[in-house]
Design a protein around this ligand. Structure first.
Ligand SMILES: [Zn+2]
Length: 263
């Protein structure tokens, strides 16, 4: 958890011969050590991992509407907390009349396997409700998702295509997002939306669509996954998705056994 090697510590302490400099460096070192002690750490893989020094969204004051509170999957890495905070701000600033970001399961306090999921084990996965046209906000005490956004193999009228697409573009551009799992009908609709807008070949659109992975059990919410944080040396990364938008092959993709996931 502490990555400062002994040599680095001695370098910092004895770099300057003056006592004043020594004390200054000692204080600097203490601050570094304390900040490291409080940093979260993702361990292992998304579907076989654990989590250290995590805080809950309530301890951090993450500005989201947390669902399924009683389940206790309230914990994230610092990096997922940052993503949720910044995404919530993005929604508020760009769509001031929008409902607040509604967040389902994150991870358990120490990570590990939680019922109903294969992943969500190391604080790098989060479930978020699609943005709605009617801006409905479900109760934090509810025990399951309130709305299925797919009907007759298409997104329902209440699925806000423009806002969800803008949200996905934001996430892929501004956060260390590796994958966003969505229902296949939603990926198809967003491919059609980008084509109709004449932006299907825009590199940023291709990159967004590339990271939208069609997967079962995402009719009610999407699942965002971020990469291993740079300082979490025991975190196991996942291979990158293949290049291209994937719009020409929308069959359900399970790239490997590691990709198996249920929400
Ligand atoms: Zn999930």
């Amino acid at each position: 958890m502490i990555f400062l090697k002994e040599k680095t510590i001695l370098d910092v302490l004895f770099r300057a011969p003056l006592q004043g400099e020594f004390m200054k460096n000692l204080i600097l070192l203490s601050v570094l050590l304390i900040s490291k002690l409080h940093a979260s750490e993702a361990i292992g893989f998304y579907s076989s991992g654990s989590l250290l020094s995590a805080q809950s969204v309530f301890e951090r004051g993450t500005p989201v509407h947390k669902l399924f509170v009683a389940r206790g999957r309230l914990y994230t890495t610092d990096e997922m907390h940052n993503l949720l905070t910044e995404t919530s701000e993005f929604v508020k600033n760009n769509f001031p009349d929008s409902e607040i970001l509604q967040v389902g399961d994150l991870s358990a306090r120490l990570g590990g396997l939680v019922a109903g999921h294969d992943s969500h084990q190391n604080g790098l996965d989060g479930d978020i409700v699609y943005l709605r046209r009617n801006k409905y906000v479900q109760s934090p005490d509810s025990t399951d998702w309130d709305e299925d956004f797919i009907s007759n193999s298409k997104p329902t009228k209440n699925f806000n295509t423009e806002r969800n697409f803008a949200l996905f573009r934001y996430l892929v551009k501004n956060a260390p997002v590796t994958r966003i799992f969505v229902d296949v009908a939603i990926k198809k609709a967003l491919c059609q939306f980008a084509t109709a807008n004449g932006e299907i070949k825009d590199p940023r659109t291709v990159e967004t669509l590339r990271r939208l992975r069609p997967l079962d059990l995402h009719r009610t919410h999407f699942h965002v996954r971020i990469s291993c944080p740079a300082n979490d040396h025991e975190c196991t990364p996942q291979s990158e998705p293949v290049s291209g938008s994937g719009c020409d092959d929308l069959s359900i993709i399970l790239e490997s056994a590691q990709d198996l996931h249920s929400c």
